[in-house]
Design a protein around this ligand. Structure first.
Ligand code: GTR
Length: 429
């Protein structure tokens, strides 16, 4: 490859965010301009049979739908990771000013020592007298970003810099501490009797177009990833989701956690990740999608806000290659996001939007839960209980929950309040 002279490179980097803003500005935000569409049928098998019962769904259609998402959207997760090893690196009995016990556990693959592993951080409510339910999610920053406790080791992995995260030369610094703590609401979770387990997504793969070369996808590939990813191969979202399932492998061994009560949670690109993790791994008894948008809960055929064309161009590494075939060609895609939501059934799922987050298409996020209802019906489960998107800050739903809160693309205390209330109800607390 020819190297671009430094001034051109610099101007490219200054232009990229501007280009993203320009794209957001020119996107369609007019409901009236949405081209009418037909969603792929949920309750019809590939060979045209009607899916009439919960058993039909569970035994036939569910695996078909899962297979379609593997083939056309996220790619197939390889099964060759072998054994999983856990090593407790530290236990802090006075985390969060004495409110929590914090464990940091390294998860590695003995058969694949080239992968440095992930460091999961588990906060347990100190006041707990029995095994507790647990939220499980991936973080954008390292463990040091999730909590401001100064004894958490700084991540040494590649990290994307933003104006506020203290990342210098793509590495965390002391200034990175706590910069995601509003998004994690650990104190609130502890006070309500929930544990929270998280790991940094860059431990599995750095979030850049060529990140696969330095991540788990290269390690698990047949040829050590000397070649580019092909149609049907897993993308980064699938790799991050794989990490969530390895966290569950650990939680199943920790007697402080009730592994029958796990909720997978994620925001934005990591909300797409939590949906895919929850779809594949039924050990998650509940799924939370926070502002997951395009490639997550939002109906792709609406082309409202971010589109398939935009996301597959900006973030090709998130998906399997095949997905980009549906850019400006959504009608041909064998799936849409209502099918991703249905994969959670009959487990509980909560979808959340933010009013000012039009890029993520709040209405499209709502509609995926609505159009998944037919599958929940097979199990006799009540979903939203409404047909219209509710007003802001008015949560709805039974087994399928939804709210749109005021504000921007983010995870807030309000969001966590709803997830905790929803989880408490579903886990019978
Ligand atoms: C945006 C992307 C969205 C969403 C978001 C995020 O740039 O267009 O799909 O995932 O990033 O992860 O914050």
């Amino acid at each position: 490859m020819r190297f671009l002279p430094a001034p051109i490179l610099t101007s490219l980097f200054t232009l990229l965010p501007l280009m993203a803003v320009a794209q957001q500005k020119t996107a369609n935000y007019d409901e009236a301009a949405i081209v009418p569409y037909t969603l792929p049928e949920l309750l019809k098998t590939q060979d045209g049979q009607s899916v009439k019962t919960a058993a039909d769904w569970t035994n036939i259609r569910r695996s078909e739908v899962l297979g379609l998402f593997e083939k056309f959207v996220f790619g197939k997760t390889p099964q060759n990771w072998g054994k999983v090893r856990f090593e407790t690196l530290s236990v802090q009995n006075n985390a969060l000013e004495g409110k929590a016990i914090r464990k940091i556990v390294r998860v590695t693959l003995p058969d694949h020592p080239q992968w440095a592993g992930l460091e999961l951080m588990l906060h347990l409510p100190k006041a707990a007298t029995r095994p507790v339910p647990c939220f499980v999610g991936v973080s954008f920053g390292g463990n040091e970003a999730v909590s401001a406790d100064t004894d958490i080791p700084l991540s040494t992995r590649w990290m994307r810099a933003s104006k506020t995260n203290g990342v210098v030369d793509n590495r965390a610094t002391e200034q990175s501490r706590g910069n995601e703590k509003e998004r994690w609401q650990l104190e609130l979770a502890m006070a309500r009797g929930f544990a929270v387990a998280t790991y940094y997504y860059g431990d599995v793969e750095p979030d850049r177009n060529d990140g696969w070369k330095d991540g788990l996808r290269a390690v698990l590939s047949k040829d050590g990833a000397s070649t580019e990813w092909q149609d049907g191969d897993w993308g980064a979202i699938a790799a991050w989701a794989w990490g969530l399932s390895r966290v569950v492998d650990y939680l199943e061994t920790d007697s402080a956690v009730d592994a029958g009560k796990l909720a997978v949670i994620g925001h934005s690109r990591l909300g797409k990740t939590s949906l895919w993790a929850g779809a594949q791994d039924k050990r998650f008894g509940m799924v939370v999608s926070n502002n997951s948008g395009e490639g997550g809960a939002a109906i792709m055929r609406r082309n409202f806000g971010e589109t398939t064309a935009v996301i597959t161009k900006a973030f090709p590494h998130w998906f399997t290659k095949t997905y980009s075939n549906y850019a400006n060609n959504e009608a041909a895609c064998p799936v849409d996001s209502h099918m991703l939501i249905a994969l959670a059934a009959p487990r509980a799922i909560y979808i959340a939007s933010a009013e000012e987050d039009r890029w993520a298409d709040p209405k499209g996020e709502f509609l995926s839960g609505l159009h998944a209802q037919s599958v929940f019906d097979l199990f006799g489960k009540k979903g939203y209980g409404v047909h219209e998107q509710p007003p802001v800050n008015t949560p709805v739903g039974d087994v399928v929950g939804y709210h749109i809160r005021t504000g921007i693309h983010d995870v807030t205390r309000y969001d966590w309040e709803q997830y905790i209330a929803f989880a408490s109800r579903h886990f019978g607390l």
